[in-house]
Every structure is written in C-alpha cells, then in structure tokens.
Design a protein around this ligand. Structure first.
Ligand code: HEC
Length: 210
C-alpha cells in the first residue's frame, strides 16, 4: 500500500471540512444568541424539573421544535406553536430538541395544558387520561400513602386508577417536572428581527408581509 499518505490526508481533510461546516460555523453563528424578547430564564424548580426530563429520557419520544408552515405536517394549525428560532433556546443547556415524535411536540405544552394537576395525573398514569396512550407511567415519581400529610400534593385520579385505601402523593421530582412542563411556553416570546429562520405561516397570521 503506497497510497497511505494521500488517503490519510484526504480523509483528514474531509473530516476537518465536515467538522468546520457542521460544528464550528453553526456554533459560532448561535454562540452569542440573545434570548428571544419575552423569554424568561428557568426558575430553580423548573431547572430541577428539566433535569428530570433529561433523566427520564422524555426526549426519546418528544421533540421540542414545532415545524414551520413550509414543512410537511406543519404544527401551527395543530396548536403546537410557530417554528422556534435559536433565540427561543438561549437558556437551554443542553437543548432537548429531540428527533422522535412518538408523542406530541412539547415546546409549547404549557400554553395548551397549563394545569399542574393535569400533568401530575398524566405522569402518574397516562392511561388515566387517555385509555389509548402508549406513554410510559412514572409511578416512582410519586408515593402511595395511607393518608395525606399537610402540604402533600395529592394526585387526582379516576376511581379505577385510585389505589384502594391509599392516596397518591407527588414527590418533589414530579412537582419539579410538572413545573417545567407548565413553564414550557414560547407562544409569548417574539421572533427576533434578525432571526435566520422565519415561519412564514406564523408571520402571515401576524399580518406581516412576506
Ligand atoms: C415511549 C414514548 C414516550 C415517552 C418516553 C414519554 N412520552 Fe409523553 N407522550 C407519549 C405519547 C404517545 C403521548 C400522547 C398520548 C398521551 O397524552 O398520553 C404523550 C403525551 C405527553 C404529554 C401531553 C402532550 C399533549 O399535547 O397532549 C405530555 C405533557 C408528555 N407526554 C410528557 C412526557 C414527559 C414529561 C415524559 C418523560 C417523563 C414523557 N412524556 C415520556 C409518549 C411518550
């Protein structure tokens, strides 16, 4: 094999070029991205809930990136929100954009489902809300007790899911996660004027010109 040097140089050049175009350049473009106007940083509780979201692997079934009007199966009409811009993720480290959509996109779930109690019941047992749901239940984020103590948040359940003679109480992990979900709402943030990607359908619905 007398071509080892050109092959190595060629392979290294291709890898370096790919790294430059797919990692370095996009990184430089969004590194100093200011938060979207109206976007608030996460509270400490929401950050703890976000860590639960990561720990439990919610990202394996849920994306956090509604599709723009031009894309197939656009999400605005479904009520999942406009396409986000980089500024919408300024406080997200690491981001949870996701690639799978076994369940709905969650970037604006707090806008359409703003009830903490709903999320607690759903996390404890998704089938208590939708009999057809294939989402896993997370019973270990809750505690079963004979009686609720003062300050306990009791989960509301239909009778058939209520353990007999016991109450289901949310652990701190469940309360944090629900706080994070209720806070997921980019419908009140604005698209920065210099955004590189615009959701044309959203812009038109806002009365903006093309
Ligand atoms: C195996 C895939 C899967 C995993 C893992 C999963 N989900 Fe889901 N999720 C679904 C499906 C399917 C639905 C739609 C049915 C339903 O609401 O139960 C859903 C619905 C939801 C909804 C309601 C969204 C809406 O618009 O109605 C929320 C909130 C949610 N999931 C949060 C979570 C959280 C938080 C986690 C991690 C703790 C998680 N999911 C893990 C599949 C999954």
């Amino acid at each position: 094999m007398n071509r080892i040097v050109p092959i190595l140089v060629g392979a290294t050049a291709i890898l370096a070029f790919a790294t430059l175009m797919l990692v370095v350049v996009p990184g430089a473009q969004i590194r100093d991205q200011a938060p979207a106007p109206g976007l608030a940083d996460y509270t400490p509780q929401q950050l703890a809930g976000r860590q639960q979201y990561i720990n439990q692997g919610c990202v394996y079934c849920h994306s956090q990136q509604p599709r723009a009007a031009g894309q197939t199966l656009a999400d605005l009409a479904k009520g999942w929100g406009r396409a986000p811009t980089a500024a919408d993720f300024a406080f997200d480290r690491p981001h949870q954009l996701g690639t799978m959509r076994t369940g709905p996109d969650l970037l604006n779930v707090g806008a359409r489902l703003p009830s903490r109690d709903w999320h607690l019941s759903h996390l404890y047992q998704p089938r208590a809300i939708f009999g057809w749901s294939i989402m896993p239940s997370y019973p270990y984020l809750f505690e079963r007790k004979k009686a609720a103590a003062p300050g306990d948040v009791v989960v509301k359940l239909p009778p058939e899911f209520q353990p007999e003679g016991e109450v289901v109480v949310a652990r701190q992990e469940a309360l944090d996660l629900a706080a994070y979900l209720v806070g997921l709402n980019r419908t009140t943030t604005e698209v920065p004027a210099d955004a590189r990607i615009r959701d044309e359908g959203y812009a038109l619905s806002k009365g903006e010109k093309r």
